[in-house]
Design a protein around this ligand. Structure first.
Ligand SMILES: [Zn+2]
Ligand SMILES: [Zn+2]
Length: 139
């Protein structure tokens, strides 16, 4: 945690931002609870009002601290790859259930595709969506 915290402060500093109450609270909630909706995040940031949380999330997104993961027509938030091991999600378009996918073959394949295009891959975004087992069942 300490290492990530120091890194966070450093990124803020590089962008001319200082640590404030809401910036601390949003980061801690994302760090502690992982992937979550804006509503959950707001509920967890008990010392910051709704508008501050929105504002902080927007600012942190723009400096690459927070990632917005779209799950169908909604989205969830989490800390970026700077603070988490690189990973991908699969999410249910019906109930919003989310999990991380096994990705070693995917990483390989993407590197190979880039190589065929004569590119060195420096980043990618892959999010899978579908229907989970529960939602797939006929009612
Ligand atoms: Zn589902
Ligand atoms: Zn990947």
């Amino acid at each position: 945690m300490e290492q990530y915290w120091a890194q966070y402060i450093e990124i803020l500093k590089q962008n001319g931002m200082s640590i404030t109450g809401p910036r601390r609270e949003v980061f801690m909630a994302l760090y502690s609870f992982g992937l979550q909706t804006m509503t959950q995040l707001i509920a967890r940031c008990t010392n910051s009002d709704r508008a501050s949380v929105y504002r902080v999330v927007g600012a942190l997104e723009s400096i690459g601290v927070v990632s917005r993961i779209s799950t169908g027509f909604r989205y969830k938030l989490e800390l970026s790859d700077t603070f988490l091991p690189h990973h991908h999600h699969i999410s249910c378009i019906h109930c919003g259930k989310n999990r991380e996918i096994e990705q070693s073959r995917l990483e390989h394949l993407l590197a190979e595709i880039a190589e065929n295009e004569d590119f060195t891959l420096t980043g990618h975004q892959v999010e899978l969506s579908g229907l989970c087992r529960t939602c797939r069942k006929p009612s």
